[in-house]
Write a protein that binds this ligand. Sequence first.
Ligand SMILES: [Zn+2]
Length: 564
Amino acid sequence: MVTTLMTHSATESALVAFAKRGGYPLIEIEADLPEDQEWVFESNSQLMLDNIADQKIIISKAGNIFTNTPSLQHIQRAKNALNNTLRVHENNMTVYVCRTSVMELIRQQHTKKMAERKGLIHSGRTEAQILMETIVNSALVEENVSDIHFFVNENTGKTYVQFRKDGILTFRRNSENKSNIWNSAEVMSACSSMINTDAVDEGSSRKTFNTNEAIDASFTLSVACGVVKIRYAQVPSSYGFKVALRLHRDGSADKEIKDIGSMGYLPVQCEKIDEATESAAGIVIISGPTGSGKTTMLYCVLRHIPDTKAIYTFEDPIEMNIPGATQVRVDNETMNSSLSWAALSKNALRLDPDVIMFGELRDQEVAHEAVNMAMTGHLVLTTLHTNGALTCATRLNDLGISYDRMGDPNLLKAFIYQRLLPTTCPECSIALDDYKASGKNIKRLAQVNTLFGKHQKVRISNTEKNNPCSVCTGGVNGRTLVAEVAEIDHAARKFMSENKIIEWETRLLENDWISINVHAAVHILQGRICPMRVNGSLSEPITAQHIAIACRYLSGTTKNKGLV
Ligand SMILES: [Zn+2]
C-alpha cells in the first residue's frame, strides 16, 4: 500500500504525525488531481456514503482513498469498505492524505460526475430515455415487429426510423412534426442513454456510446407494455451512423414455440427432423438466410430433447432460455478467451455432454471439433448460411470436411433449410382469374397463369398503393415458413461422397421430395402465398415439376413416402 501525503496545508504537522504513526512513507507531490476516477457513490455500504457525506474520506472504484482527516480508524473503515464492496485488493489501495483545499477540488469533481451520471440514469427519466421507450413501446404493441432501424444523419440532422414487421421495413412517422423525419440529435442521445446506462447485460462487455465505433450490446429495457430484451447493433456510416435493435419479447418464446409442426414444417418433414434429432450421435444442420428463424428452430428442437441428457449450447448471444440446458455465451472478442468458439469447442467433450449446440459453424476449427464430437458419439446441432439443404454439403466441404468424409454413416443425420415468405392478406387478395396486371407485371402474370392457371384457390396480393385494407401492409399480413429436409441416408451419402449434389437433388425430386420450392407451391396452391412475388425470394424459380409434386402431396398420392 502506498500513502501519499499532499503537503503545504494548515494541518501539515498533523499529516506528518499521522504518516509517522502509521509507518507510511512520506511522498511529496503536486496537488494534481488524479484523472478519470470512477467514484463510488452507488455503493450499498452506508459506511462509505457517510464518509463521503461528511467529506472526510472519498473513495474511488480504482481503490484510492482520499482523506483530509488523517486518522487510522477512518482509513481502516474506508479500506474495509473498498475491500468488502468492490473487492479491491489491499495491495492495490492507495491512500492520499491531502489538505482541505485539495479535498475540496476532489469533492467538486466527484459531485460534478455524480450529477452528470444522475442526469442520465437516476433523477427520473430523461427526455432521451422517454423518446427511446416510446419508440420501443410502439414497436411492442404492434404484432410481429422484430426490429427497429435508425438511420441517423449527422450532416443533415435528419433521422429516419423504420420498423421491420413480417420481414418488411416501413417508415415510422414522427407524430410531433407529422413527417417521417426525426431529429438526429434527439435520437443520438436516446441511443446514448441506452448504451451508457447500467442496463447493459453483465454477459456482454460494457460499451461506451461513440458514433464512430461499431457497437454490439444487449440489455433489458422496461417500457409501458412490458419488459423486452434488446440486441443493439451500431455501425458508423458515411452520413452518421446506423442502429438496428432486435427485440426479444419477454417470455414470448415460451408461449410460441410448441413443436416443429407449429413453426410451419409439414408432417412428413417433422417426421424426418424427429428421427434425426432423436439419434444419439451425428450432426444435424439447420440452414437459411439471416432472419429465417434458424435460432428459433434450434431452440424448438432442443426443447424436445429429454432432460435425461446433458445439453450444452454455445451461443452469441443467448436469445432464449432452455430449461435443463447449460447455455454458454461465447466471447470471441477477448483475446485468448476461454469462452471463444475455438476454446469452447475444444473443451466441450470434457463436460460430459450428450447434445451440443453450436450457434454457428463459423470456421474450420469449429467444424473440425463438431465432426470430432459427432464421431465420438454426441449429437451436434448447428446452423450454416447456405441457399438450400443439399448445399450444406458444399459448405461443409468449404469448411474442410471432405466429401469422402461425408460418406461416413455416423457423421451426418439431416440437412434442414428454411426461410420465411410473406403471406397474402385474405381480406384484400384477388383471385388469380380476376387479377389484371399492368406494366412489368404483365409478363410475370403470363408466366404465373401458365403454371397455376388451372388451380382455383390461387390468390394474388393486392399491392396497389391505394389499397384501403386495414388488416395488412401492402397486401401482406404475416410470414410463413417454407422448408426442405434432406435426410442423410445411404443414397445421400453416396451422392455426397462423389460430390454429385445436382444429381442428388434430381433423384430426390423424382421421388416426390418436398423441396423448398415444392413447399412454396403447396402454399400458393392453397392461396396463402402470392405467386407473383415468390420468385424473388427463392434461389430458383418454381417449375411445373415442383407444382406437380405439390399437387400429389396435397391429394395424398405422393410417389415415395420414404423419400419426402
Ligand atoms: Zn389486406
